[in-house]
Design a protein around this ligand. Structure first.
Ligand SMILES: [Zn+2]
Ligand SMILES: [Zn+2]
Length: 253
């Protein structure tokens, strides 16, 4: 399933250009896509990528430890279409050491920034990776980094949207390689539609986060600077604004 490919840095082809279109990926909210800039400029709204998870309610009940803090989106960034009153922050959380990657995982974001878990798969001995995690030395905690949202170009957005719609689009310059992306129409290798466990409505895509836990560059990365040591793996987060619910799943090639 998740870890069935060669994972030595540089061996695996991380592109995704051959896969065209799908009906299984909700459009993003925000609809415009943003990549992450790990060197924010003065005056930009800074978002937090990774970091220690000290978020109330955000512990994995299976593993007895904090969930992986993947990213925390600040509702003050107007481009995210969040209501800063209700969604001051939306945390992107996951767990790789129990059954969570294999079933629906959903949680509610509360106004105070704490988390209430709604759907959590049980332990799955024999399938799950267990406490050792996906590679030797895995900790599940990655250094916090300051990032900002970098709007995808008009041409890039057009091409990603066209690809999502199933049109044949030429990819020049790695546009269709996996990227960390907030909103829009990110390339997801095996996308799924997600429905809100509270209101049953289709949930718009909020973010797709790929394997790199230390930046954007997938080349020559040490395992410990990755989430799972497999550059074909992504974590995908959908968000129901009405119910303040995040649903997360993983995609792999
Ligand atoms: Zn867990
Ligand atoms: Zn809902």
């Amino acid at each position: 399933m998740v870890f069935d490919q060669e994972t030595e840095a540089g061996v695996v082809e991380c592109g995704a250009g051959e896969k065209m279109g799908n009906d299984d990926q909700s459009k993003g909210d925000p609809e415009w896509g943003y990549w992450l800039n790990f060197s924010p400029r003065d005056g930009e709204v800074v978002q937090q990528f990774c970091g220690v998870n000290d978020i109330a309610g955000a512990d994995c009940p299976n593993c007895g430890r904090p969930l992986v803090r993947v990213m925390s989106l600040d509702g003050q960034d107007e481009r995210l279409n969040l209501d800063p009153e209700r969604h001051a922050v939306v945390h992107l959380l996951y767990c790789w050491t129990c059954g969570i990657p294999y079933q629906e995982f959903a949680y509610r974001m509360k106004r105070d920034g704490s988390v209430e878990l709604l759907r959590v798969a049980p332990r799955m001995p024999g399938v799950e990776l267990g406490p050792e995690g996906p590679y030797e030395g895995y900790t599940g905690v990655f250094p916090a980094q300051r990032v900002s949202l970098e709007a995808i170009s008009t041409e890039g957005q057009r091409k990603l949207k066209a690809r999502h719609a199933g049109e044949a689009v030429e990819d020049h310059g790695g546009l269709f390689d996996l990227h960390h992306q907030v909103g829009g129409y990110p390339v997801i290798l095996n996308p799924q539609l997600r429905y809100c466990p509270v209101c049953d409505e289709e949930m718009p895509l909020l973010a797709a986060i790929c394997n790199e836990a230390a930046g954007n560059d997938p080349v020559g990365v040490r395992d410990e600077d990755t989430f799972v040591g497999n550059c074909g793996v992504q974590m995908v987060f959908n968000f129901c604004r009405k119910c303040s619910v995040v649903s997360a799943y993983h995609s792999s090639d």
